[in-house]
Design a protein around this ligand. Structure first.
Ligand code: ZN
Length: 229
């Protein structure tokens, strides 16, 4: 990934990106469990407290494996499309069992019903990290709006809204990475493109539209839209 330094107010970075608590470590955002090796260079990192850094690992592993199982239509590690999730499920039979139990057949298709709280917790964390890294906006409370679901179940209108950020005359903070991307693009309205962290694995878009908005797509399957007013 292109590395863009942050020239924004350093005080924003003195706190954990997720709870505004004391920082002491740095966390990759997105977490590496959503990416395959070899990892892209210059992965975004944000300041985090110890809990922010490690407290989400189990939920993140759960979501990464759930997505792999859903894409494969199976919880058999051999069937999974990603080496990483295959390895996790091989070594964690309880996690595999948990996902297996959520299996259901809908119209001849195998799906896995997500545990909503765990998915919300991970997506909220990721969205907060992207807002801080890109926009230099510290969103430590839960988003006012958080929606998620399979990309392919969106209507054409929903898909267009999701893929194309609204134009806004509201500019990102001076010095933030978003502002620098904007200056490089020479645009006079704030319309930033998607940032592809890894092809087919993870992309996101952070923008100031109707508030602070973060869009995320994982595995080109799960879409998430988070907004802070
Ligand atoms: Zn924290």
């Amino acid at each position: 990934m292109q590395q863009i330094p942050n020239y924004g107010d350093q005080r924003t970075l003195e706190f954990c990106a997720f709870c505004r608590g004391e920082t002491g470590t740095r966390d990759h955002c997105p977490s590496k469990v959503f990416l395959d090796e070899p990892y892209p260079e210059n992965l975004p990192v944000v300041p985090a407290c110890r809990n922010g850094n490690s407290g989400f690992s189990a939920d993140e592993e759960y979501l990464a494996c759930l997505l792999s199982c859903t894409l494969a239509g199976s919880t058999y590690p051999e069937a999974l499309p990603r080496k990483k999730t295959k390895r996790i499920l091989e070594t964690k039979p309880a996690l595999r069992e948990l996902i297996e139990q959520s299996r259901s057949e809908v119209g001849g298709r195998t799906t896995h019903e997500p545990i909503r709280d765990r998915v919300v917790s991970v997506l909220t964390k990721l969205a907060k990290g992207h807002a801080l890294y890109e926009l230099h906006e510290s969103c430590t409370h839960d988003p006012d709006e958080l929606e998620f679901g399979p990309l392919k179940l969106m209507s054409p209108q929903q898909r267009e809204f999701f893929e194309t950020p609204e134009f806004s005359s509201c500019w990102p903070e001076i010095g933030s990475r978003a502002m620098q991307r904007l200056l490089v693009q020479g645009a006079n309205t704030f319309a930033l493109g998607w940032i592809e962290v890894q092809s087919d694995r993870y992309r996101y878009l952070a923008s100031l539209g109707n508030g602070i908005e973060v869009r995320i797509v994982i595995d080109e399957y799960l879409a998430c839209f988070a907004r802070w007013e």
